[in-house]
Write a protein that binds this ligand. Structure first.
Ligand code: FES
Ligand code: MG
Length: 590
């Protein structure tokens, strides 16, 4: 029961007591209290000084990736109660990567905003963030960053491995491969559907190293999950057990007043960037981590991704970069085993960063065993060197990221502009105004797309295609596929699915719709990419660029489709570019 002056039995007044046990205002206390009694809670519970713990529930029938959280929440509740807390579960705006049109990323900031209001406006002392599907992880961490009450994340876990005729089939990755087979006439429509569906054999999120596994791993690397939580497959018993431990731990975090700003420091973000390179993380990670950092006031940009992460090797052999899937990652030891390998080589920059269990990441992971060296490689003999991103700049954009480790030798030969400089490439531009334009025209032979073409996708940034579409990786026309050309370089102001392994230049900022240089590009322009100098440029002189810019201005600027919903219009008016995390600009002031 409450102690003197309404303090709880740990001697500290809780935030929720302002609602339920405020001796200065019995009138409001009664008003706040009575309605929460109406489903069976007692005054004894609500006025006992027990921490009230929110469970931010992202699972629902509309969100199959996270749906298993509806079950896991029962174990979270049991953990909260075992530690002397009171659970209060509430829904988060659904974000289903594969179900939401025009794109799930439109809703990351909407879910963020609504969760901020819930965490701020209701009697919660701490919160369990139920993360999983791509955008749910950043949306929830961003909100926890803004409100800064004690918070801990719980992954729903990946699906079991997919199998088709004795081969692993991975989420998303199987789609890219099967589309090629369909385009080449090697499989029919039914076989195509069967192959793709085989990759989703159970509850859970994408079993590849796509954006979901990436962001869940990084939530652990940031210190916001208990060690080992990210990789446990959704249906495994350990997942339910982890849910219980997570519920138990958040109650103690409230008593310790351990807040997101204590855990997600600049050092923690640097650790996460290094882990992202080692796991072969998604190109969506810089967008989301930059956004979380901005909501904490921690400086972080794409130059940091290059300087902190580019030199780090790829250790994790998961599709799309490798061969294995989520269950294998877990059996090999998951994030702690990856961190331990990095630590052995002195590559984890800040082993002393604090994590949600109250210990440092170094203490959590130092002795973690790598249980399958076919899945998690060592730094001495990695899968690839320099697996992080570089941050390209030039007259096309101020910032765009690229994973140089996925550039194939064949590609290097086709686009090499000068044998004396093996890091500089040239090609001729073919420009598409969004995915609909691409699908309508890509097979048109009169476009003259060949092995020296660079495909451009514009109008697909946060403003142009509200929320920024995952469409930059474009399949070459069927005629080229049949000749054995399986990829062309792609550059765009949109994003790329984390399950695609294409060598693309992504997230170009500013986008065409925000006045970026991509808007000035025309079909047939020569484009030069110089990896050593970190530049990407249209090879036309400044006068011609100025003429094109003036010409575009007289036409009213770069045109993009109108708003379909009120939120699209609201977000377009206040959203930042992908390099800045695509945050709502007014929201970073809180
Ligand atoms: Fe939800 Fe991949 S689509 S995790
Ligand atoms: Mg995605």
């Amino acid at each position: 029961m409450s102690g003197p002056n309404g303090s709880n039995d740990k001697g500290k007044r809780l935030r929720s007591q302002e609602w339920f046990d405020n001796p200065d205002d019995p009138g409001m206390t009664a008003l706040y209290l009575e309605r929460y009694l109406n489903f069976g809670l007692t005054r004894e519970e609500l006025q006992s000084g027990k921490p009230i713990i929110g469970i931010a529930q992202t699972g629902s029938d509309l969100s199959p990736c996270n749906r298993h959280h509806v079950e896991l929440a029962k174990r979270v509740r049991a953990g909260i109660e075992a530690a002397g807390g009171i659970p209060m579960e509430f829904p988060v705006h659904p974000i289903q990567e594969t179900g939401k049109r025009p794109t799930a990323s439109l809703d990351r900031n909407l879910a963020y905003l609504s969760l901020v209001e819930v965490l701020y406006g209701y009697p919660l002392d701490g919160v369990v963030l139920t993360i999983g599907c791509d955008k749910t992880t950043p949306a929830l961490l961003m909100a926890a960053a803004t409100v800064n009450i004690p918070a801990i994340a719980l992954s729903v876990g990946p699906m079991l491995n997919g199998w088709y005729r004795g081969e692993r089939t991975g989420s998303g990755t199987v789609v890219w491969k099967s589309r090629e087979l369909l385009a080449e006439g090697k499989i029919d429509y039914d076989q195509f559907m069967d192959r793709v569906a085989s990759s989703a054999p159970s509850v859970g999120y994408c079993n590849t190293m796509g954006t979901a596994t990436t962001m869940n791993s990084l939530a652990e690397a940031l210190g916001m999950q208990l060690p080992g939580s990210a990789a446990i497959p959704a249906p495994y018993r350990e997942r339910g057990q982890m849910a219980w431990h997570t519920g138990k731990r958040i109650v103690d975090m409230v008593h310790e007043d351990l807040k997101p700003s204590d855990i997600m420091t600049r050092e923690a973000f640097e650790n996460a960037i290094v882990v992202n390179s080692a796991i072969g993380g998604s190109s969506n990670a810089p967008i989301h981590l930059n956004a979380i950092a901005r909501h904490l006031g921690v400086p972080l940009d794409n130059d940091d991704w290059q300087s902190v992460g580019h030199h780090v090797p790829l250790l994790v052999n998961l599709q799309p970069a490798g061969e294995f899937l989520g269950e294998d990652y877990h059996h090999a030891g998951g994030v702690p085993a990856v961190v331990a390998e990095l630590m052995k080589a002195g590559l984890l920059p800040h082993p002393d960063a604090l994590t949600a269990n109250g210990r440092t990441i170094g203490d959590n992971c130092r002795d973690a065993e790598n249980l399958d060296t076919a899945v998690i490689f060592s730094v001495d003999a990695p899968m690839k060197q320099q697996a992080g991103f570089i941050n390209l700049k030039g007259n096309l954009f101020d910032s765009a990221i690229m994973k140089t480790s996925v550039i194939s030798p064949e590609f290097r030969k086709r686009y090499l502009s000068d044998p004396a400089d093996p890091e500089a490439f040239e090609g001729k531009a073919m420009v598409f105004e969004g995915p609909e334009d691409y699908h309508a025209r890509i097979e048109d032979p009169s476009l003259g797309i060949d092995e020296n073409t660079i495909l451009f996708m514009r109008g697909t940034g946060p403003i142009g295609y509200p929320g920024a579409a995952e469409v930059v990786n474009m399949q070459p026309p069927a005629a080229l596929l049949k000749r054995g050309v399986h990829s062309l370089p792609c550059i765009g102001d949109g994003r790329q699915s984390g399950t695609s392994g294409s060598p693309s230049i992504l997230n170009a900022s500013p986008e065409a719709a925000a006045g970026g240089g991509l808007a000035l590009l025309r079909d047939g322009d020569r484009v030069r990419i110089d990896l050593k100098k970190g530049r990407a440029d249209i090879l036309i002189d400044d006068d011609e660029l100025a003429r094109r810019r003036a010409d575009l201005a007289t036409k009213g600027g770069y045109r993009y489709p109108g708003h379909q919903t009120p939120w699209q219009e609201i977000q377009r008016g206040i959203v930042d570019q992908l390099s800045g995390g695509m945050v709502l600009k007014p929201a970073v002031n809180y």
